[in-house]
Design a protein around this ligand. Structure first.
Ligand SMILES: Nc1ncnc2c1ncn2[C@@H]1O[C@H](COP(=O)(O)OP(=O)(O)OP(=O)(O)O)[C@@H](O)[C@H]1O
Ligand SMILES: [Mg+2]
Length: 658
């Protein structure tokens, strides 16, 4: 038997108040769905039904309903979220959304804010039918139906404490989920996403409306899909932690995964993802730094002894060559020895580079000028490659050790040239750049102004395996005798020593770019003319301080040959005794930095306490972590790197004395 109201409803249906309008009804209760379907069809509406939010999103891909009637509490995507999402779709702007809920009396969310157009409380079917039709009519008749958050039919329901409590718990969980730093997904047994918290959304970088209902595997890089699939389909139903493993997302980020089965009837799971890209990069950086530090200490020690040895060979060769006629039968052979010493010194320079010990003479320089000079010189001998310079005219200055930075550039040029055996192009580019927090995070450099230098070649490029190891000391892919694998290790050390950073971009077969960032200077460039150095004789008295007899002997002879009177001191204490005695006579002190007992730094401070204007040239084969620079900053006039050439020595002395 039909009740009176139902009869009335049927009569209206015959009139067809629905006017063929498209209605989508969403409710997880099948009884409710079939009831609503019957009711609305009778009233002339075209009805589609859906049991959950995921299905709704699928339907909305192809249709735009005039009206959507939805429940608030539903599994997977709930009514509130669904409503917000619909309101974000421009296509749905004329669609009326009606909330039909059993918890309307307890739900404390502002429905107007959600974008709903009406709200009806679920109640006894006969009364509810009436309310639904009336509300739809009302929405129909006025284009600007003024919805003020009132719930229709509330008088038939009573607020229930248990529902209030459950809703409160739900709210509480929502706040927690949206504020934690882990990304959380909830997925169905078919691995479709039905929930994603804000962190998850930001990690994958895909809008929520696209994310929900999509397949979880689609978020991952092809190569990792198999592994992810195994995890989410884990039959044993136990929690799977992969914190030590990483999975790559399609947006390139690396994440760790935890899969927790919910054990509900629908066999859903929760997926926790953590962005570990930064951590990975830091780990690699740190490992690199440790490796370089360890080998650097060793290399520094070797370089020191080796440079002293070379100094002896270089010195005596210079002495013999000094007054030797060029057509003497040994002249060419001795020149050869000098050349060999120079290559030996180049090698120790590379070693010093990654021992970070070679930053002695820091000056304010213009990188454009250094790049111009070095690349023109380099290009002269390498006709098969064409060099293109794109240098920023307003480039900021940098504080660098010129010799070291030239070495960096040369290492990069030589590598580029070797990567282009059949010729190609070398692009050199400079630019000013401000590095901000976001960029700098994975690297250990400060934020601020930097000068960026990139060196790009069109050569053979590198595969990933090579790229990961290029900065490793002694890593080379070149045949025996051609490469030592020190070039980039040294380059890396030098750039780190300058508080800068270097990175590489390369693909096999597609060339390579090395990018160097150096902190910009606060000062202006001081122009310095570099004239080719001739041997310049002079006069005056020099106190020579070193702990090695052979260095003392050979340097003493070199200095005497240049016309100077020399006092020799074996070590710091000796030097101070001698200086006390002959202070008035001594014009200049050449002081070795690393000596047993009283070292160069301490000796310098003593000398300075005796005579504030003492002129000192610091000399060394090696300096640890900017120690030379510290002493230089305390008032040394110049630095000379062992092994030195006689013309270099004569030039430095004249510059200090004149
Ligand atoms: N521009 C480049 N193109 C392709 N591969 C490069 C490039 N630069 C470096 N590499 C790769 O990195 C490796 C290490 O370079 P690195 O300069 O440290 O050593 P090397 O050139 O082999 O030897 P060395 O510089 O000591 O003579 C090279 O062997 C090469 O495989
Ligand atoms: Mg190299």
């Amino acid at each position: 038997m039909l009740s009176l109201t139902e009869k009335k409803v049927l009569q209206t249906a015959e009139k067809g108040s629905g006017g063929e309008k498209k209605v989508l009804v969403v409710d997880n209760n099948p009884v409710m769905l079939s009831f609503m379907n019957n009711l609305l069809v009778k009233h002339g509406y075209q009805v589609t039904t859906a049991e959950d939010g995921v299905t709704v999103l699928k339907i909305l891909e192809t249709t735009t309903p005039d009206i959507i009637i939805m429940d608030l509490i539903m599994p997977n995507i709930n009514g509130e979220k669904l409503c917000r999402m619909i309101r974000r779709m421009p296509r749905m702007k004329n669609t009326r959304v009606v909330i039909l809920s059993a918890v309307a009396a307890e739900y404390k969310t502002n429905l107007v804010d959600l974008g709903a157009n009406a709200c009806i409380a679920k109640g006894p079917f006969n009364k509810m039918s009436q309310r639904v039709i009336e509300t739809l009519d009302k929405l129909e008749s006025s284009s600007a139906y003024d919805f003020k958050d009132e719930v229709v039919g509330l008088e038939e329901t009573n607020s229930r404490d248990i529902v209030k409590e459950l809703l409160f718990v739900k709210k509480h969980l929502e706040v927690v989920l949206s504020s934690i730093s882990e990304g959380i997904f909830e997925i169905t047994s078919e691995a479709r996403i039905v929930y994603a918290n804000p962190t998850a959304i930001s990690i994958v970088g895909i809008a929520e409306e696209q994310l929900l209902a999509s397949h979880i595997l689609d978020l991952f890089h092809e190569i990792d899909r198999g592994r992810v699939d195994n995890l989410v389909n884990n039959i044993s139903g136990i929690t799977q932690n992969t914190n030590d493993d990483s999975f790559r997302l399609i947006n390139g980020k690396e994440v760790s995964l935890n899969v927790l089965p919910i054990h509900d009837v629908e066999k859903k799971s929760v997926l926790i993802i953590n962005d570990i890209s930064d951590r990975r990069r830091l780990e690699i950086e740190l490992r690199q730094a440790h490796k370089i530090e360890a080998i650097g200490t060793l290399a520094g020690g070797i370089a020191h002894d080796f440079n002293n040895l070379l100094m002896g060979i270089q010195g005596y060769t210079s002495l013999i060559l000094f007054d030797m006629n060029t057509n003497h039968p040994y002249y060419d052979k001795l020149r050869r020895i000098e050349e060999q010493v120079r290559s030996g010194a180049e090698l120790t320079k590379q070693l010093l580079g990654f021992a970070r010990g070679g930053r002695y003479e820091v000056k304010v320089v213009d990188m454009n000028e250094i790049i111009d000079k070095t690349s023109i010189m380099f290009g002269r001998t390498k006709k098969e490659i064409s060099i293109h310079r794109m240098l920023d005219e307003n480039l900021w200055a940098v504080d660098v050790d010129r010799g070291q930075i030239e070495q960096v550039l040369l290492n990069l040029y030589v590598n580029a040239w070797q990567a282009m055996p059949n010729g190609g192009s070398l692009y050199l580019e400079t630019a000013n750049i401000v590095i901000d927090k976001g960029y700098v995070k994975p690297y250990s450099v400060k934020v601020g102004r930097y000068v960026k230098i990139s060196v790009t070649d069109t050569g053979v490029g590198m595969d990933e395996k090579t790229r990961e190891r290029v900065f490793d000391p002694f890593f080379t892919t070149k045949e025996m005798g051609r490469g030592t694998g020190l070039g980039l290790a040294s380059t890396y050390g030098i750039i780190k020593g300058h508080k800068g950073m270097i990175n590489v971009y390369s693909e096999k077969g597609n060339g390579t770019t090395f990018t160097v960032y150096l902190p910009a200077s606060k000062k202006e460039v001081i122009k310095e003319e570099t004239v080719p150095i001739d041997i310049m004789k002079g006069e005056g008295t020099i106190l020579l301080v070193d702990d090695e007899d052979i260095i003392l002997d050979v340097s003493c002879e070199l200095l005497e040959m240049l016309g100077y009177k020399v006092y020799m001191a074996n070590g710091g204490r000796d030097a101070i005794e001698l200086y006390k005695e002959k202070m008035s006579e001594i014009d200049l002190v050449i002081l070795d930095m690393i000596m047993p007992g009283m070292g160069g730094g301490e000796t310098f401070d003593f000398l300075k306490s005796m005579n504030h204007d003492v002129k000192v040239i610091l000399s060394s084969g090696y300096s640890i972590n900017g120690k030379a620079k510290e002493i230089m900053d305390r008032g040394c006039r110049a630095f000379i790197q062992k092994p030195f050439q006689i013309n270099d020595l004569s030039d430095k002395i004249r510059k200090v004395l004149d």
